[in-house]
Design a binder for this molecule. Structure first.
Ligand code: ADP
Length: 485
C-alpha cells in the first residue's frame, strides 16, 4: 500500500455537506494503478440521489458564503493552499498511484493547481463594478458583480488534481459553492483535496466531491437540476457538446475546456536545439495525455532533416517506467483501451506511408504502457492530422512557406493551444495573429500557469481559467438604474 505521512488523505467515501458518506446503494468501485493493474482503493459509488443532495447542500451554503467578505473567503482559500503545499509529497503519491504519471510531474501538477487557489484568493479582492454616465439628469447607472451560484464540475483523469483546482478556485473565490465529480479512474486526488478543504475550515456544503462510476448519471443530475447555475467541464469535445446541450434546458452558464489538436511549428530561423527541447516536453509530458500536447509537429523543409535527427535522438533517450521509479520520464497511459486507440492511429499512418524513426508502440512493461514513437513522412490524409492522439506519438510534417504552415495549423475544428519557434520578430507577430487558437506558445513548449488565461476557441470550448479574466466566468453582472434623483 501507499506509504503516506498523512494517511487521512486517502479516502474511499465522498464528501458532501461537510460529511464523509457512503453510497446509498452501499456499492463501491475499484481504482487501479495503471502501471501495475493493482487495486489502489475501493471507492463509494455515488449516483444521482447523492448528487442531488450535494447540490441542495451547496445551495443552502450559498448565501452565507457569497455574503462573507472577500477577505474572509480569501483567508480560508489561502489556508487551503498552504495545506496543499504542506502535503504535496503525499498528494503526489496518491496521484501517481491512480494516474500513473512520474512522481515529479505529480508534484508539479499539485503545486500548479494549488497556485490557482492562491491566485484567486488574491484576485477576488479585485472585482470591480462600474458607474456609467446616465441618459438623463434624474438617473444614475451602477453596475455590480455577484456570484453566479451553485457550480458543478466534471473533470477528466489526465490532471486529477489541477483540473478541479482550476475550476473551484475561481468559483469559491467569487462566492459560488461547488460540487465536483472527479473522473472515475482518478477520484482519490479529489477526495484528498476535500480532506484538506475540511481542515482549512471551508464551511459545510461549499465544497463537495461526489465520486461515482457513472459520469452519465451524475452528469445528468448536474446538468438538469435547476438549482445549478453554472456547469464547468473539461474533457472531450464530443462529451462537452452533449453536456452543453443538456445545460441548454435550464440555460445554465457553462465553461468548456475541450479537445485540442495543437500545432507545433518550427521555422527555418528557429533555435533548433531549443525547439527540440520544447517539442519533447510539449509532446511527452504526461505520456502525451494533455489537451495542449503538441499533436502535429510542422517543420520547415530547410531544417527538417536536422530537426528530425535531433528530435529522434532526444526521444530515444526518454526513460519509460512506473511513475514511482525516480528516473521515469514517461509513465503508462491511463488504460489498455487508450493504448489500443493510439496504436490504431499509428497503424493508419504507417499504412498510408509514414516511417517510424522511433518505433515505440505497446510495451512488455504492462498493458497500459506505450513506448514513445516518432513518425516522419506524414501528411494531412492520415487520421492523426485531424484527431487528438493523446499518447506519446510525435508525427513530423514537412512544410515550405509561412503561409502554408498557418493554413495547415488552422485546418482543424479545434483551437486550444498552438506553438511555434522562430527568432524573426516580424514573423512572430504575423504567425501569432494568424493562428486561430486561444493560446500561442512562442519559443515555449509549456505555457500554462495561474496568471494567464487558459482556454480555447472554435470547438475547443469557451471560457477562460486563470488570470484576471478567470473570475468573470463565475460572476454575474447586475445593472442598477437609480431614478428620481
Ligand atoms: P477523456 O477521453 O479525457 O476521458 P471524456 O470527455 O470521455 O474525455 O471524459 C471526460 C469526463 O467526462 C470523464 O470524467 C468522463 O467520465 C465524463 N463523461 C463521459 N461521458 C459523459 C456523459 N455522457 N455525461 C457526463 N460525463 C461524462
Amino acid at each position: 500500500m501507499l506509504d503516506l505521512k498523512n494517511t487521512s488523505l486517502l479516502r474511499t467515501q465522498s464528501y458532501v455537506d461537510g460529511k464523509w458518506i457512503d453510497a446509498d446503494s452501499g456499492e463501491t468501485f475499484d481504482v487501479t494503478n495503471p502501471a501495475t493493474g493493482e487495486v489502489v482503493a475501493s471507492i463509494a459509488n455515488l449516483g444521482a440521489a447523492e448528487t442531488r443532495r450535494a447540490i441542495e447542500a451547496a445551495n443552502r451554503a450559498w448565501p452565507a458564503w457569497r455574503d462573507a467578505t472577500v477577505k474572509e473567503r480569501a483567508k480560508i482559500l489561502r489556508r487551503w493552499f498552504d495545506l496543499i503545499a504542506d502535503n504535496v509529497d503525499d498528494l503526489a503519491k496518491i496521484l501517481t498511484a491512480e494516474q500513473g504519471k512520474p512522481l515529479a510531474e505529480s508534484k508539479t501538477e499539485i503545486l500548479y493547481g494549488a497556485n490557482y487557489i492562491e491566485w484567486f484568493s488574491e484576485e477576488a479582492k479585485r472585482v470591480y463594478g462600474d458607474v456609467i454616465a446616465p441618459p438623463s439628469k434624474d438617473k444614475r447607472i451602477v453596475v455590480i458583480k455577484q456570484s453566479v451560484g451553485v457550480t458543478c464540475s466534471i473533470t477528466p483523469w489526465n490532471f486529477p488534481s489541477a483540473m478541479i483546482a482550476r475550476k473551484m478556485a475561481p468559483a469559491l473565490a467569487a462566492g459560488c459553492p461547488f460540487v465536483s465529480k472527479p473522473a472515475s479512474e482518478t477520484p482519490l486526488s479529489a477526495l484528498a483535496l476535500a480532506v484538506l478543504a475540511e481542515e482549512a475550515e471551508i464551511p459545510a456544503g461549499v465544497f463537495n466531491v461526489v465520486a461515482g462510476r457513472s459520469a452519465r448519471e451524475i452528469g445528468a443530475e448536474m446538468t438538469a437540476n435547476p438549482l445549478v447555475r453554472k456547469f464547468t467541464f473539461t474533457g472531450s469535445t464530443a462529451v462537452g457538446k452533449q453536456l452543453q446541450a443538456q445545460c441548454a434546458e435550464t440555460i445554465k452558464k457553462t465553461s468548456m475546456e475541450l479537445g485540442g489538436n495543437a500545432p507545433f511549428i518550427v521555422f527555418d530561423d528557429a533555435d533548433i536545439d531549443a525547439a527540440v527541447k520544447g517539442a519533447v516536453i510539449c509532446k511527452y509530458r504526461n505520456a502525451g495525455q494533455t489537451c495542449v500536447c503538441a499533436n502535429r509537429i510542422f517543420v520547415q523543409e530547410g531544417i527538417y532533416d536536422e530537426f528530425a535527427e535531433k528530435f529522434t535522438a532526444a526521444v530515444n533517450a526518454l526513460k519509460m517506467g512506473s511513475g514511482f521509479d525516480a528516473d521515469t520520464e514517461v509513465g503508462p497511459l491511463i488504460t489498455g483501451k487508450a493504448v489500443k486507440g493510439v496504436q490504431e492511429l499509428v497503424d493508419d499512418a504507417l499504412q498510408k506511408g509514414a516511417n517510424a524513426t522511433v518505433s515505440g508502440g505497446p510495451s512488455e512493461l504492462g498493458e497500459c504502457f506505450y513506448a514513445p514513437t516518432v513518425l516522419t513522412n506524414v501528411d494531412d490524409k492520415m487520421r492523426l492530422f485531424k484527431e487528438e492522439i493523446f499518447g506519446p506519438v510525435a508525427p513530423l510534417f514537412k512544410f515550405s512557406t509561412e503561409e502554408e504552415a498557418i493554413k495547415l495549423a488552422n485546418d482543424t475544428e479545434f483551437g486550444l493551444a498552438s506553438y511555434f519557434y522562430s527568432r524573426d520578430i516580424g514573423r512572430i507577430w504575423r504567425v501569432s495573429e494568424g493562428l486561430e487558437y486561444g493560446m500561442v506558445g512562442i519559443n515555449e513548449g509549456i505555457i500554462s500557469n495561474e496568471m494567464a488565461p487558459f482556454g480555447g476557441i472554435k470547438e475547443s470550448g469557451q471560457g477562460r481559467e486563470g488570470s484576471k479574466y478567470g473570475l468573470d466566468d463565475y460572476l454575474e453582472i447586475k445593472y442598477l438604474c437609480m431614478g428620481g434623483i
